[in-house]
Write a protein that binds this ligand. Structure first.
Ligand SMILES: [Zn+2]
Ligand SMILES: [Zn+2]
Length: 132
């Protein structure tokens, strides 16, 4: 399965040639703050299967081991990588052309979920990190 995506302005484009290994809603405070949204949803891929096909994203560390990439022109959050899991990359599902094919499987940091957020999806919830 090939998936393609881009930032809002189109300066950064990427593709993957495999299905996501996992799709997760993250309710942690870092994802909330860096996106400005109540939570972020990421699709996980092997880093070796992910390629930027246009442009070079800027990056920012939200923890020493966590690097997040974004478009320096339009500000779209694109990826998350943890140096403890260098073989993986997590990509914001709203950045894909085929977001509807990336179906969430669970929630992490659910103890930080905003109290007014109602998600009756029946998916597993992990109060903190699940591990990879
Ligand atoms: Zn952009
Ligand atoms: Zn998070």
């Amino acid at each position: 399965m090939k998936l393609e995506g881009s930032c809002f302005c189109g300066a950064i484009k990427f593709e993957t040639n495999t299905a996501a290994s996992r799709v997760t809603h993250c309710h942690c405070i870092h994802c909330r703050r860096i996106s400005g949204a109540p939570f972020l949803t990421y699709a996980e891929f092997k880093y070796a299967d992910f390629t930027f096909t246009s442009g070079t994203p800027a990056q920012f560390n939200t923890r020493p081991e966590v690097t997040r990439q974004f478009c320096s022109h339009c500000g779209t959050q694109l990826t998350y990588r943890d140096s403890e899991y260098p073989h993986l990359i997590h990509v914001t599902i709203g950045s894909f052309d085929q977001s509807e094919r990336l179906i969430p499987q669970d929630h992490i940091w659910s103890d930080r979920m905003l109290p007014w957020l109602q998600m009756d999806d029946g998916l597993p919830r992990y109060t903190r990190q699940r591990g990879f």
